[in-house]
Structures are given as structure tokens and as C-alpha cells.
Design a protein around this ligand. Structure first.
Ligand SMILES: CC(C)(COP(=O)(O)OP(=O)(O)OC[C@H]1O[C@@H](n2cnc3c(N)ncnc32)[C@H](O)[C@@H]1OP(=O)(O)O)[C@@H](O)C(=O)NCCC(=O)NCCS
Length: 164
């Protein structure tokens, strides 16, 4: 239309990029803030540092609309298989689609590397399950009493699978 000022495209609200061991401090801060200590789901720094150099392991960082670090995922892609090992978003930036962007990035990264059998394990009762199911994952198995809670309770782990 004549006279209308062209507007720049709106910036993408979430950006997901490859990270490295240098980002571990930021990752550990997000991990500590995001995971409730009760269930023992969070990994230690040495667990993360130990897995990063392994073949097929990728650490991905999400930034929010302001460009601030908001979440991360850790995945392993080997041959036709991809596993989402960890995903977490800072509590103050949750419920804004960042978790979904990280899951979509996991699916895109895995399929770009020709992995078509995607899976993950999650504590039964974790809100993330609804998010995974909306992204296309389906329940495929259960590990009894996999998570040991601080109060001595045991909680099952569910295995979710997506064939992409
Ligand atoms: C699981 C987790 C990564 C999800 O991250 P998130 O950024 O909040 O995820 P999303 O914003 O994409 O989706 C979360 C919810 O917000 C909703 N949502 C997404 N965008 C939204 C928006 N713009 N406004 C309001 N709600 C929105 C989604 O529909 C979803 O609803 P649900 O909780 O009813 O399923 C986050 O809760 C987390 O870090 N949890 C602790 C760590 C953990 O348990 N990780 C999983 C096991 S490894």
C-alpha cells in the first residue's frame, strides 16, 4: 500500500544455539533453579562435564525474546537413535514456549543427523509429560522406582518415544 512504512520482521521470540563446556556455569545455574531438589532429577556438574566430550552429545542453549539465557537441553544422537537427556528452563521464563522450542530443536537436530527413533525418560507426574506429548511423543515404557526422592519415596520413570 502506498505510504505505508515497511516494518521489520518481528524477531523470533526464542533462539536455540549450540553450546559448549564453556557454558557449563550458566547451565548449572539453570539446572539448580529449575529442578526441584526433591526428586534427584538434576545432574551434577561432573556428570555434565563427563558426558559432553562423548560422541554425539550436544548441549543446546535457548535465549528468550530479550536475548537472555533462558534454558538448555542436553541430547545424545548415535546412529538412528536420539535421546533427550536433560531439558530445563529458568523458572522466571517458564510458560512462554521456551521448553517447547527446545523440544522442537531436539527433534530438528536429531532428524538432521538422520536419527529417527527419539526417546527420553521423565519422572511420572512431571508437568513436562504434557509438553512432550503435545510435541508428538508417546508413552513406551516404565521403569519402576527409578527416582529416589529425598523423603525416601520412589517414583517411576516413564519412557516416551517419537518416531520422526
Ligand atoms: C519442563 C520445562 C522445561 C518446560 O519449560 P517451559 O518453558 O515452561 O515450557 P513451555 O512454556 O513451552 O510450555 C509449558 C506450558 O506453558 C504453556 N505455554 C507455552 N507458551 C505459553 C505462553 N506464551 N503463555 C502461556 N502459557 C504458555 C504450554 O502450553 C505449557 O502448558 P502445560 O504446562 O499445561 O503443559 C520446565 O518446566 C522446566 O524446566 N522444568 C524443570 C525441569 C524438568 O522437569 N525438566 C524435564 C525433565 S528432564
Amino acid at each position: 500500500m502506498i505510504g505505508e512504512t515497511p516494518r521489520p520482521l518481528a524477531p523470533s521470540p526464542v533462539t536455540v544455539l549450540q553450546a559448549s563446556a564453556e557454558d557449563l556455569d550458566a547451565v548449572m545455574d539453570i539446572m539448580a533453579a529449575a529442578f526441584p531438589p526433591t526428586y534427584g532429577e538434576a545432574w551434577t556438574r561432573s556428570q555434565c562435564a563427563g558426558i559432553l566430550p562423548m560422541p554425539g552429545v550436544a548441549l543446546r542453549l535457548a535465549t528468550d525474546a530479550r536475548g537472555e539465557l533462558a534454558g538448555f537441553s542436553l541430547m545424545r544422537v548415535v546412529a538412528d537413535e536420539a535421546e533427550l537427556l536433560l531439558i530445563a528452563v529458568k523458572p522466571e521464563t517458564q510458560q512462554q514456549g521456551i521448553g517447547r522450542a527446545l523440544i522442537d530443536d531436539f527433534i530438528a537436530t536429531a532428524t538432521a543427523k538422520r536419527a529417527h527413533h527419539l526417546h527420553l525418560e521423565v519422572r511420572e507426574g512431571n508437568r513436562a509429560i504434557a509438553l512432550y506429548k503435545r510435541a508428538g511423543f508417546a508413552l513406551a515404557g516404565r521403569r519402576r522406582d527409578y527416582y529416589r526422592c529425598q523423603d525416601g519415596r520412589a517414583v517411576d520413570a516413564l519412557t516416551l518415544v517419537l518416531v520422526a
